[in-house]
Design a protein around this ligand. Sequence first.
Ligand SMILES: O=C(O)CCC(=O)C(=O)O
Length: 214
Amino acid sequence: MKKRIESEVLPPKPLPDMMLRGFAIHSSFLDTGAQEALVEDLRAVIRTAPLFSPQTAQGKTMSVRMTSAGRYGWFSDRAGYRYIPTHPGGSDWPAIPERVLAIWRALVSRERMPDCCLVNFYAEGARMGLHQDRDEADFTWPVLSISLGDEGLFRVGATTRGGATASVWLRSGDVVVMGGDARLAYHGIDRIRAGSSTLLPKGGRINLTLRVVD
Ligand SMILES: O=C(O)CCC(=O)C(=O)O
């Protein structure tokens, strides 16, 4: 009964503008005002939980700087990739900003909120190699990705390593739902196009990924 009442009063989930190998891409989902408001929210997150440069298990420093908001934050060092309950500096992760949760509600779920909002910052030259998001307990929940600032060349492959890939430039305000049969698809950012956006005064790209962890 509760479900019926909700579907009668709540708007339906918006349809994506394109599908890329099973990932649903909502182009320009956020207008400029919404993007600017998110950047303000993220400044507060980063003040509480400063960006850091994770190391891979092989001891390489990642070119992307990161922090998180939520019950868990994503972390990597010589011991491997994992979620941790506090910032590496020792403080609690800040709460996920309400405006970020509203995007999750609009595109994923109104009942279950994400546990982690990973904040990736790409300065010019930063990239993220092809990888799967598989540190979460339940792959029926999608990963939601929000792009802000400079454009990023997003590459998507199959759910197994190797084979064909397809790419698209993600622009500021684009939102991607990575779920369904493509939840474990390999994906990454080949490069950013420095200077392609004026959203961040010093340039660069921010990507948020929202995940249900456990
Ligand atoms: O920056 C992006 O668009 C992708 C980020 C990503 O793949 C990740 O955080 O796992």
